[in-house]
Design a protein around this ligand. Structure first.
Ligand SMILES: [Zn+2]
Ligand SMILES: [Zn+2]
Length: 294
């Protein structure tokens, strides 16, 4: 039975609740899914509850946003310990800085005479993290702009009301995930278009590569399969479903076999054993890699 290892919920930027994600995964005949929300693990307990009710296995995951001086890099973490202090401290700081960032944007807009309600932004973000998309939506509602694209002329990187994001490096994200007993995996490398970074990330403890992804053409998947073998990385894959946020429900469109899930699970057991026996975290991540699928 196949597994979709990259799914978002409304706790980050999907339109689907964890319960709706589980329902759709069952409809697609999946055995396992991973919940990998952007910079939060808050949707996992709800997904696990519904997973238990319906016999679907839920892997606790996360997708951490990081930056290099060149571009944004996403690092997935699988089988993370939700109680990890290091991970939860990072996520809390990240959430707080997003909140403050939105407040600063509202202040900058007000200085330009464009007043919008911060309360409405909070209301729109619901149980998830506040993002610029919420600010743009409220700007449209207040008829300051005609479209979200126009809103980004104010709040986008080159706009007068831009406020920079809180940054961590990919190496820091890898360390946070290893520290939480999880397997760090580079997300959608094709959309990143930055293969040169892979050997460096491997030396920093990266353990897997997301070879299968809805935005990866088949020839590209072969290329990344080859790279995974070259660097001795685990292979993962998933739909990266955002509910209707990307136009359609994609759960189950990209899957991996149970065999690959087992390899991931075994690698995680190996990692945890090494951590318990006192091996340095970064070393443990590098040395417990298993052979990838042929
Ligand atoms: Zn991503
Ligand atoms: Zn994603």
């Amino acid at each position: 039975m196949p597994a979709d290892l990259h799914i978002h919920t409304c706790f980050s930027d999907s339109t689907l609740s964890p319960g709706a994600v589980v329902e759709e995964a069952c409809r697609q005949g999946l055995s396992t899914i991973a919940i990998t929300d952007h910079d939060t693990t808050d949707g996992i307990s709800e997904a696990s509850y519904w997973g238990e009710q319906s016999g679907l296995s839920i892997i606790p995951g996360v997708e951490l946003s990081t930056n290099t001086f060149k571009r944004e890099v996403h690092i997935l973490g699988y089988f993370i310990d939700l109680n990890s202090e290091v991970l939860q401290t990072h996520l809390r700081v990240f959430r707080e800085t997003r909140y403050k960032r939105a407040q600063k944007i509202v202040e900058k807009l007000a200085k330009l005479g464009q007043r919008i309600s911060f309360e409405r932004i909070k209301e729109l973000s619901g149980r998830g993290c506040i993002g610029r998309l919420h600010v743009a939506t409220v700007m449209c509602e207040a008829e300051i702009v005609d479209s979200k694209a126009e809103a980004f002329q104010y709040i986008g990187q080159h706009g007068p009301c831009y406020v920079p994001k809180h940054h961590i490096s990919p190496a820091q994200a890898i360390r946070i995930i290893l520290d939480a007993g999880g397997i760090p995996v580079l997300a959608h490398p094709y959309t990143l278009n930055y293969d040169e970074i892979i050997p460096q990330l491997v030396s920093e403890g990266l353990m897997g590569l997301e070879v299968y992804h809805t935005e990866h053409p088949p020839a590209i998947e072969k290329h990344y399969c080859h790279l995974a073998q070259k660097y001795g990385l685990l292979i993962t894959g998933g739909s990266d479903c955002h509910g209707m946020g990307k136009g359609r429900i994609m759960i189950g469109e990209r899957v991996v076999s149970d065999e690959m899930v087992n390899r991931l699970r075994n690698a995680d057991c190996g990692l945890r054993n090494k951590l318990e026996s006192g091996v340095r975290r970064q070393e443990a991540g590098v040395t417990c890699i298993l052979t990838p699928d042929p």
